[in-house]
Design a protein around this ligand. Sequence first.
Ligand SMILES: Cc1ncc(C[n+]2csc(CCOP(=O)(O)OP(=O)(O)O)c2C)c(N)n1
Ligand code: SF4
Length: 262
Amino acid sequence: MNFETRAEITWCPGCGNFGILKAFKEAVEELKEEFPPENFVISSGIGCHGKIVDYINLNSFYSIHGRALSNLEGMRLINDKLVCIGFVGDGDIYAEGISHLIFAAKRNVNITAVVHDNRAYSLTTGQFTPTSPSKFRGKSTPEGAPEDPINPIALMLSAGATFVARGFAGDAEHLKWLFKEAIRHKGFSFIDVLQPCVTFFNTFSFYRKHCYKLEEAGHDPTDFGKALEKALEWNYNDEGENVKIPIGIFYKAEKETYEERI
Ligand SMILES: Cc1ncc(C[n+]2csc(CCOP(=O)(O)OP(=O)(O)O)c2C)c(N)n1
Ligand code: SF4
């Protein structure tokens, strides 16, 4: 199965979203014996990222801005056979939907959140979001954003997420592995995907230069303290020469899910 649909793909050529689409479709194909494709429900927020649900031939639900995860929580409570994946944007989920993200993590609902973190509101032509660097110059901030970015990895660790990871859309093979691990994880899994927007914030070469893999650096994802240390290694603001950006699984823990408790 290639999960293709008849929808015309309207992302800009070279957009990081293509890497996410490829990695996810391959992950679903490789997991089909463990998780039948008919059990998947994919949901999205609103933005360029949201179009992904039109491009994958699985059950899907377009949410409103910031609410993909709360919709999926409801679906899981009704039917715990569903494999629920939320494709959300950084503006979408770190601004409009931030409370839903925190509560999904706090409750440990068995869903996966994939954040297309291009660090800009791209569909609406490049305003700054909660993960834009403070010098980000966009339509609404011609002199740079007057605030500092949040660190979603540290935020998710402190909110109680039981699977916290970061991927890079330019490394689809590694991202596919993260998707498979996140889907297999019982409980709330969170992946912040560094997704360059070639039109409003092209970060491809920066990430290619500065990303390194946690699993190759001997990181132990069961150690919460070390996960937090790694989360703080890059603050989403620093773009200097010596920046090191860890990608991979920061933290993984077993805990009863919300569905089980209810
Ligand atoms: C409640 C609400 N506020 C604002 C909008 C307008 N809006 C549509 S898309 C968008 C930006 C989406 O940005 P992001 O979530 O970062 O996704 P991207 O386009 O970058 O993938 C906004 C603000 C909306 N649709 N609904
Ligand atoms: S505007 Fe940016 S995020 Fe949207 S499709 Fe184009 S490159 Fe991708």
